[in-house]
Design a protein around this ligand. Sequence first.
Ligand SMILES: [Zn+2]
Ligand SMILES: [Zn+2]
Length: 151
Amino acid sequence: MSDKRTVFKCPRCQTVISRPLLFLGCDESVCLEDQKSAIPVGFFGINMPEYWNVTGRFLVNLADLLRTRHHSERRRSGCCGLDGTGGPNLVCPNGHEVGTEKSDCWMSHVAILLDDVEVLNEFYKKECQEKSSPSTGGREDFSLEIQPTSL
Ligand SMILES: [Zn+2]
Ligand SMILES: [Zn+2]
């Protein structure tokens, strides 16, 4: 069973907007070369201010988006793709904003999903915590203090 894979959904109508994706890892850096995909197909990453200074948290390959559409003209700025500088330009099939597509020639290509998109499987959070707290080899389960009940 592929229980480590995550699916993203529209926060308002719960339409699935991505394929099942694996977490790239907390310390995996994304590709920031022009016209290349920032995230490999089949994975998602976490946005950082030094990557893209736009609203949104999750980074997804554009090929892994499902049934999303582009926003009305005023958000579709860019010279040969979408530069995403006008705000979120991706919407779910029902027209709700879900993220920002970056696909112009002077940037690496990615979809940045908004903070409030629904995450079907939050396994990635556990993965991050495990990495940031080095294990001492002992099991913490046994160190729980038992408080005697005082009457
Ligand atoms: Zn929706
Ligand atoms: Zn261009």
